[in-house]
Ligand binder design. Sequence first.
Ligand code: PEP
Ligand code: MN
Length: 359
Amino acid sequence: MIIHMVEGASEEQADRVIDRIVNDYGLQCQTMVGAGSIVIGVKGMAGIVDEGRVTELPGVDRVIRITEKYKDASRSFHHEDTIINVNGTLVGGSNLTIFGGPCAIESEQQAVDSSVMARDAGVDILRAFVDKSRTSPYDYRGLEIARGLEIVKVMKEATGLPVVCELIDLRHLDAFLEAGIDVVQIGARSAQYSPLLEELSRIRTPVVLKHGFGNDLNEWLCAAAYIMSGIDRSGKNTGAGNPNVILCYRGIRSFESETRFAADISMIPLVRGKSHLPLIADPSHSSGDRALVERVSYGFVAAGANGLEFDIHSNPEEALCDGRQAVREEAGRIVSRSRAIHALLAEGSESGIPAAVSK
Ligand code: PEP
Ligand code: MN
């Protein structure tokens, strides 16, 4: 629910509205001050609020019910682009943020060589994946967690970059945070696993949420809302809720077998219009082929993505995981040309959201 105050309404009038929502219904509010008018967003299960008891208060202009099931992630609820600060590196808004590095940590040498290559290419946030969710149990699934996290520390020291690491098992979260993981990633296979998403609502560490390869837009953004809302089963706001969610598009399952997944480029401007969250895209896990990664990256950036995440490996031919889709020296060109495309298309448009879907 969004409550628009009339133009010139006082802060006291807005406070009265907030008091009613908080005291009568146990919900929380978020105030946004726009051009001359105050807008109050009601967090939690706002369906219980009696609209008449709000509109009767002085200074209230109108009440709008948000119909999307993914309210906290919706642009109707939060109009401005969300910008997330990853220990000094910004994601979202007018920034183009590049996540890259090896698909998985295989050894200290491979991890450091690939990380330095990624840093030299101009990557902002390093992929440092200790745990891999693989389709087949016979494929490489990562080192033992404690050893992998030791190598993450070495990767951070060698590059000075923040790192993103996929979380598959809730039991590893504390160890991840202690090891200085800057961004937690939820992979496509776990993208709708609500216990994992709910647990991430209790921390403030930024989360990259992949698009499940069988999910539609509503399911994806509802998964984001699980991390963001912090509402419990009774619909009450617990005060938790992690606003730092970065969406990552990675393509969906289709009948085409010559690409790994099908990337629908129109999802980029569409999702940017529907959600205020930063949206990055993964050209490696969608195309599955290094020969395609470069051009697909440019397509995502031109379509309005706030960043990319792709695989970079110092020796892809020998990689234990996804070597076929990892780039090597081309990484530097992909980063610099992506930045040039982004800068070119950003001219004259503040947020990069196409007018047709802007709210
Ligand atoms: C990954 O990013 O390493 C990965 C496994 O991707 P996805 O979850 O999109 O399959
Ligand atoms: Mn991979």
